[in-house]
Design a protein around this ligand. Structure first.
Ligand SMILES: [Zn+2]
Length: 80
């Protein structure tokens, strides 16, 4: 009776993997500032903003954005 599972949902689940909600580029862009702040504060950024790290690992554009932002904010802190 439960055989007609939606195919799209199944494909998405396979693509994303179980329990790994990954954000998209737009969401990543919105949250990366906060992620960097948390990282530099020594907080558990991956727990507070789940999905960002897997996206950064799979998306070179956002990874570059994250790295330059991290360097920028770290430099600002040093200058204070
Ligand atoms: Zn991205």
């Amino acid at each position: 009776m439960s055989d007609d599972r939606p195919l799209l949902e199944e494909m998405l689940r396979r693509l994303l993997g179980p329990g790994r909600p990954e954000v998209g580029c737009d969401e990543c862009f919105d949250q990366v500032d906060r992620y960097v702040e948390l990282e530099l504060a020594g907080a558990d950024a991956d727990r507070l903003l789940p999905g960002l790290r897997p996206h950064l690992e799979g998306c070179p554009a956002c990874r570059e954005e994250h790295e330059s932002l991290l360097a920028l904010v770290a430099a600002e802190r040093l200058a204070e």
